[in-house]
Ligand binder design. Structure first.
Ligand code: SF4
Length: 319
């Protein structure tokens, strides 16, 4: 039987970013240096395939530090943790390795600086997301106000409108965040913000690639986890950018084939925590049903790499 033709518009950049790459490497090197088990507070990155792979090598994933024994190393996930977490690990004399992405750490430092300089902080982010919890936890409880939408700006109650600063989660929608920042600046003209926005290069680049593809396609597949902020934003960007038929899948087995019926042009991308193996798995599944021609849509080239923490450099050199 002849298969229907399908042009697959493959976004680039897609998938793993430098922060995710580094976090996974940190867990692997820690296992090499200290042996199993190594404890990891929260999923190291939001991807089940990655987490299961590390679990098979001896990583133990927990949600809180009190689930870790004192005599085994603990790693903090790429999303970052509130200040109280490393403080508690130090109090318990634990070996702790911080896999927080350096671009999240940058936002932590901004938060601390503004708080020390007496400014009230407003964080633009998603309630309950570990990165938001970690960033808000850089200042005492109640010192950082969280907003999620433009509408939230109107109802904000601040102590002193002339002593305000804002920070953002790194994985938000570039366009939605620009609107929220504009609303903040309109209401509080003296508000301070980051010199360069907090949304990271990987989030920005992956959204730009989807924007370039969206108007040309009948359907979009985004590979990522339902709790991955940057993957969810890629689905939204696809929908608002011209492709309402956008789906999030964790693996090829999740593809909604009915949504691809009659499609001739399909876009494919992956969130920053999704490995390339899953992209290849989805392409293979599409090839089973369609006569696929892959067209790469490259809107940026990424060459960023982050250093491994000192405690693991020897293990890295020996690898
Ligand atoms: Fe770092 Fe951005 Fe990757 Fe998050 S998405 S780990 S902030 S580079």
């Amino acid at each position: 039987m002849t298969k229907p033709p399908l042009t697959l518009h493959l976004a680039a950049p897609r998938g793993f970013c430098a922060g995710v790459d580094r976090a996974i490497k940190i867990v692997e090197l820690a296992l090499k240096k200290w042996g199993a088990p190594v404890y990891v507070r929260h999923e190291i990155v939001h991807n089940r395939y990655v987490v299961d792979g590390l679990r098979a090598k001896g990583a133990v994933f927990v949600e809180e530090l009190d689930e870790c024994p004192n005599d085994r190393p603990v790693i903090f996930s790429a999303h970052g943790v509130p200040k109280s977490v490393p403080e508690e690990a130090a109090r318990r004399n634990m070996i702790a390795v911080d896999a927080t992405c350096p671009l999240v750490t940058k936002v932590h430092l901004e938060t601390q600086r503004h708080h020390e300089q007496g400014r009230q902080l407003i964080m633009i982010g998603h309630a309950g997301h570990p990165e938001t919890v970690g960033t808000m936890g850089q200042a005492p409880e109640g010192a950082v106000l969280l907003i999620e939408t433009v509408e939230d700006v109107a109802t904000l109650q601040v102590a002193d409108p002339d002593r305000l600063a804002y920070v953002t989660q790194t994985t938000l929608s570039v366009d939605d965040t620009a609107e929220i920042v504009a609303a903040l600046q309109a209401r509080f003209p003296g508000i301070e913000g980051p010199a360069r926005e907090d949304i990271c290069y990987a989030t920005t680049n992956r959204q730009a690639a989807v924007k370039a593809i969206a108007p040309k396609i009948d359907a979009l597949i985004v590979i990522g986890a339902p709790n991955s902020s940057n993957s969810l934003r890629l689905v939204e960007v696809g929908r608002t950018g011209g492709c309402p038929n956008a789906q999030l899948v964790q693996r090829a087995g999740d593809i909604d084939w009915a949504a691809l019926e009659g499609a001739r042009d399909v876009g494919l991308t992956a969130g920053a925590s999704a490995p390339e193996a899953l992209v290849n798995e989805v392409i293979d599944a599409l090839r089973d049903c369609f006569d696929v021609t892959v067209e790469l849509v490259e809107t940026a080239v990424e060459r960023i790499e982050f250093k491994i923490p000192k405690a693991l450099r020897e293990a890295e050199e020996a690898a």
